[in-house]
Design a protein around this ligand. Structure first.
Ligand SMILES: Cc1cc2nc3c(=O)[nH]c(=O)nc-3n(C[C@H](O)[C@H](O)[C@H](O)COP(=O)(O)OP(=O)(O)OC[C@H]3O[C@@H](n4cnc5c(N)ncnc54)[C@H](O)[C@@H]3O)c2cc1C
Length: 202
């Protein structure tokens, strides 16, 4: 999922007229968080100020973890299925190198999954490991959970506020709610209840 980011892009932000652009990002998934991270890196490296606001409709970062737990609250029968993203693949050497600091910090780890069969006819259920899920390209997962990577990215952002439980309305709704939305190349955003979320340069 992150593989497609152009990590070597030299951001040309020298000629921007905004002294401290106010930037809105919709969604605190990995794309939104990485975008904020790369923008911060680019601006800070050129001694430029910026102000980013990420609007996220849910209560936490990312949508990578979706779980189904055994509804029976019986310790012997406890299991859960994760049916969100389990891993991500780093195909290129440059992306693998880019991930190294996070690997060293323990924010991500190699994804070394095993396949198993579950025999539910016994009590407690018997889990038998049947093999190693192999891949010729390195795969990684968040550590200790898939959401940990997103949480880490959110925690290290220094010029970014994240507003949770805020669902941004389609831009047409902002344009109807707030007059002159696109004046001076600025964009006004509202939430789905029509509350003003601010005016943004980008
Ligand atoms: C079942 C499943 C399994 C997957 N397994 C893998 C895997 O193993 N490996 C892998 O690499 N990829 C996997 N993917 C894909 C991976 O989850 C996505 O590529 C990745 O999450 C995309 O990140 P994103 O930030 O673009 O989008 P998302 O993770 O979807 O994040 C978008 C965010 O925007 C928020 N949002 C949306 N609309 C609004 C709004 N109007 N206002 C405010 N916030 C809003 C959402 O709440 C969400 O947090 C899987 C996807 C699914 C559905």
């Amino acid at each position: 999922m992150i593989e497609n980011l152009n990590l070597t892009t030299a951001y040309d932000i020298q000629n921007l007229s905004d002294t401290k652009p106010k930037i809105a990002i919709i969604g605190a998934g990995l794309t939104g968080l990485m975008t904020a991270h790369l923008l911060e890196q680019a601006f800070v490296s050129q001694n430029r100020a910026l102000n980013i606001v990420i609007f996220e409709k849910s209560a936490g970062v990312g949508r990578l973890a979706t779980r189904y737990k055994n509804p029976e609250d019986n310790r012997d029968q406890q299991w859960q299925f994760d049916f969100g993203a389990q891993f991500f693949t780093a195909k290129s050497q440059s992306f693998q190198d880019y991930l190294q600091p996070w690997l060293a910090q323990g924010v991500i780890e190699h994804w070394l999954a095993q396949t198993a069969t579950i025999n539910t006819t016994t009590a407690p259920s018997e889990i038998q490991i049947t093999g190693q899920w192999d891949s010729d390209q390195p795969r990684y997962t968040g550590s200790p959970k898939m959401t940990s990577f997103g949480r880490h990215l959110a925690a290290v952002l220094k010029h970014t506020e994240i507003h949770y439980k805020t669902r941004v309305a389609p831009l047409e709704q902002s344009e109807q709610t707030i007059e002159h939305t696109q004046s001076n190349n600025k964009t006004s955003l509202v939430d789905i209840e029509g509350n003003d979320l601010g005016v943004f340069d980008w």
